[in-house]
Write a protein that binds this ligand. Sequence first.
Ligand code: FE2
Ligand code: FE2
Length: 291
Amino acid sequence: MSVAPADIESSTWRPGSAEHRRLLAQFFLDTHIEYVPEKIRWPALSAAELARLTALPFWQEAVSTENVTSNTVAAAAAIEPDPAVRAAIALQGFEEQRHARLLTALTAHYGIPIEPPPPFTPRALESDFLFAGFGECFDSFFAFGLFALARGSGYFPAGLVRVFEPVMEEEVRHILFFVNWLAARRARLPWWQRPAFRARCAWIILKQVASRVKTARALGKGPQAGAAKTAENFTLTAHQELGAGVTLHRLLRTCLEENDRRMSAYDERLLRPRLVPGIARVLYRLLPAGI
Ligand SMILES: [Fe+2]
Ligand SMILES: [Fe+2]
């Protein structure tokens, strides 16, 4: 079931309104897709493809990140007063948990060793949800571009690309949901609480940016800096592994194009992520094409 444009009066349409929350929950619940990671038929890989897959540096961290995110998101449903939006957050928690299951199934099938991540219990429900949401806004934006480059270059076998396409689409929905939830949450606070909320968000964004700058600097000092084997590093350096001609400039352009393409599939009344595409657009204009 979807909401017809006529159902939503533009005069009542504003972030946090009942109409906005209804559309937010409905878009998320309606676009959920069914798949069971444990029933996936994994494609057969050649020895070279398997070696390349096994050598990727991020499996352990990816499983750990999905474990933390899924527990954080699932717990955050408790802070949402709107029942439909709460159901959407709970569903997002399920989807993140399914990402962890998918990675576990993949690594088990191809014999990639990983340790089961320790149980994670979020403490500050809202702050942890904000931290996870802003983190996804950064990581997913770059994942869209990397995924497109990997698909185009044949870096990953086509069978694996097909398995991970739904994961990419889920991440589009997650960040789209997050920026709209954030706007609705802020709008529903009493006016005197909004500055503190904005300051808390700004602080969390700064922490996410600082962590990526730290990683980039560690990479600049070489692998001995001890930060070479992480998923975040992979996001920052993977474009170099995808073949000649894949510069940072081209990666940024691909990320921007893929972000626009994927976001265009969803209801145009929903707010779009602006911060990370905005930063990427500035960098794209400033960076020389050869870098
Ligand atoms: Fe995920
Ligand atoms: Fe996600």
